[in-house]
Design a binder for this molecule. Structure first.
Ligand SMILES: [Fe+2]
Length: 191
């Protein structure tokens, strides 16, 4: 019958009017929006760190954080792409002004590690929530992000440890700065 077959052509849409294959649990969506903005906040933090290092002639550290800042912007963009694909509208929320009052290179590296730790926690919570509501599109999206994030956390822990080892001595800090200038930031690898 005509009325029945036309029913098959009904397409659910999201807030922007985009075709939606599967609606998203409100709490999960809220978590995605918060995570999207957390990546943007991490971008601002790392850009602040790049400026702080640049002002102190630590060009390797500055480059490292400028690259990290770009990476966080890309992570935010990746989440935005995913939300759009799910017919949801990514919400740009107000960011906090990053605290730029670091007293030492060690302080900055500690901030970087804590930032990565918090981002990992947020992603893991999102994954748990996605699993809880049975949103398999989201679990497929999040699993590789969690894996990548754990690597980022590992690297931040390594750089924090190396900086701690330098103990504020200029020569040692400059060795790390030169390494970072060349893009060497990875931890020891035993496999
Ligand atoms: Fe990130």
């Amino acid at each position: 019958m005509l009325s029945d077959s036309s029913k098959h052509l009904e397409v659910q849409v999201g807030p922007s009017g985009r075709a939606m294959a599967e609606s998203m649990d409100p709490a999960l969506l809220e978590g995605f929006q918060a995570h999207f903005n957390m990546e943007r906040q991490a971008h601002a933090t790392y850009f602040g760190a790049a400026i702080w290092m640049g002002e102190r002639e630590l060009r390797g550290f500055s480059k490292h954080f400028n690259d990290e800042a770009r990476g966080e912007q890309e992570h935010a963009a990746k989440v935005a792409d995913y939300l759009i694909a799910r017919a949801q509208s990514p919400e740009l929320q107000a960011l906090e002004a990053p605290d730029q009052s670091w007293k030492s290179v060690l302080d900055v590296m500690s901030t970087a590690f804590l930032t990565e730790r918090d981002v990992t926690t947020s992603l893991q919570q999102l994954l748990v929530e996605a699993e809880r509501v049975g949103d398999s599109r989201s679990t497929v999206f999040l699993e590789p992000m969690v894996e990548q994030q754990i690597k980022a956390e590992h690297e931040a822990a390594h750089l924090l440890g190396r900086t701690r080892f330098a103990d504020g001595q200029a020569a040692a800090v400059l060795v790390i700065d030169n390494e970072l200038r060349e893009g060497v930031a990875h931890p020891a690898q035993l496999q």
